[in-house]
Design a binder for this molecule. Structure first.
Ligand SMILES: [Fe+2]
Length: 247
């Protein structure tokens, strides 16, 4: 079967609505988001929200350089904002506080393009390539896009690990210079190659939407579900920076 590189999917890809994906369950509150267990095919929970306030104003006021800037609360607090901007800021601060109360360490990032090489090596390992997050202990990823293009997800049955694509594996074995054994699998793991996925030709990613707070499953030993495959969206020249919370 032929595989399509995620970076060559139609741009923008033909997205499926997330509420129709069998790997997504929509919840109605933060408490439900935190307490609903992943089970069966569900490895992504979405607290669907329509947020008030002007998040774009915060992005403009931050005026970040190219790349990823992590925004401290002090910086957020110091921004001169209109009433609509202040409402947006309150929402962000409340989300940060909620997640900290769970002993998490959320970060607020403003992303103004990336500096990685999109096509380096046989397996891209940057955040714009479909991947799963991994952890050594049970953990989930929380994320919310407040402004800009949202993150994207991919149902597991519409993707294949890149290291399992015969041509890619052969290239990796060449690079490694040894047999396809336990040490090679460790090499794949140490270089994050085994966390990245290629969408099948018929794949339809879904967008996480703007304002929604998501909890998605990571890969860890003993997880009851497959990890959620996701990526940062394509960068479009001239589009304004993204503002997102990640934990
Ligand atoms: Fe990720």
């Amino acid at each position: 079967m032929a595989f399509v590189d995620p970076l060559t999917l139609p741009n923008p890809p033909r997205h499926a609505p997330f509420a129709k994906c069998n790997c997504v369950r929509v919840v109605g509150s933060f408490e439900e988001l935190v307490s609903t267990p992943f089970a069966g095919k569900v490895n992504a929970l979405c607290w669907s929200r329509t947020l008030e306030g002007d998040f774009g104003e915060i992005v403009s006021a931050l005026d970040v350089k190219t790349g990823i800037s992590t925004i401290t609360e002090e910086r957020l607090d110091s921004l001169p904002l209109t009433a609509a901007g202040r409402i947006a800021r309150e929402t962000i601060l409340k989300d940060l506080e909620r997640l900290r109360a769970l002993d998490l360490a959320p970060a607020l990032d403003c992303v103004n393009g990336y500096e990685h090489d999109l096509n380096a090596g046989p397996v891209p390992t940057h955040v714009q390539s479909f991947h799963v997050d991994s952890a050594t202990v049970p953990a989930d990823t929380y994320l919310c896009t407040y402004a800009g293009r949202p993150s994207e997800g991919l149902p597991n049955e519409q993707a294949m690990r890149r290291v399992d694509i015969p041509e890619t594996r052969a290239e990796l074995l060449d690079l490694y210079g040894g047999p396809d054994d336990e040490d090679f699998r460790e090499y794949l793991n140490e270089n994050f190659f085994d966390l990245h996925y290629a969408p099948l030709p018929t794949a339809r990613p879904f967008q996480f939407g703007v304002g929604n707070l998501w909890r998605i499953a990571c890969e860890y030993a003993g997880s009851p579900v497959a990890p959620c495959i996701h990526r940062a969206p394509d960068t479009v020249p001239g589009e304004s920076a993204r503002l997102l919370l990640i934990s």
